[in-house]
Design a protein around this ligand. Structure first.
Ligand code: ZN
Length: 56
């Protein structure tokens, strides 16, 4: 999926107890709930690997 600010690809990054979507362009980090409505199947599949996701 794409960054809302710059259109670059977002990647899943793991923090201590949380998962974020990070932009490969501007490095902006999104909380999952911020982008939940826009998740594409590829990203959802990546997130499913994190079984302890905290949707804060
Ligand atoms: Zn960006």
């Amino acid at each position: 999926m794409k960054c809302r600010k710059c259109g670059k690809k977002l990647v899943v990054v793991r923090r201590c107890r949380q998962v974020r979507m990070k932009c490969t362009g501007c490095a902006h980090e999104y909380k999952i709930h911020e982008v939940a409505a826009d998740l594409d199947p590829e990203t959802e599949a990546q997130l499913e690997r994190y079984t302890t996701i905290i949707y804060d």
